[in-house]
Design a protein around this ligand. Sequence first.
Ligand code: 5GP
Ligand code: ZN
Length: 139
Amino acid sequence: MAADPNCIFCKIVAGEIPCFKLFEDAETLAFMDINPVHDGHALVIPKAHSANVFEITPEDFAAAARTATKMAKAINAAVKPDGINLMQANGEGAGQSVGHFHLHIVPRRNDDGLLFNWDPKPGDRGHIAAVAARIREFL
Ligand code: 5GP
Ligand code: ZN
């Protein structure tokens, strides 16, 4: 589907609003989540707009999955978490707040008590940029 003019992630794809970009290829973009639950929290999106798992094409899902495996390895190497969750929400009841399909790559710490529907808290931009630079070294 074409870009949605009201979609914040489509605006990031278009370069209309900034992001801490980690990686992009023809089909996908990976960038830092601006409200990270832990250092290294990143998002992988297909560049083409689709709202959720019900709308996305299998090809776009596959492309996002391919980029997610690459990102998970780099984040694991850069941040050295105790584990990583890949997470993906569809609909308000599942905690989806941005209506453009995205995979969360969530570094975890032992006993961090993280629940899946967490409260987003703004991250320090300078710190997010520094963690992004560390991750890019492993790409
Ligand atoms: P959801 O709640 O839909 O599963 O995840 C959306 C994620 O997008 C949230 O973790 C939120 O922090 C992140 N997010 C929302 N707006 C922006 C933005 O403008 N830039 C970036 N980098 N992340 C965003
Ligand atoms: Zn979009």
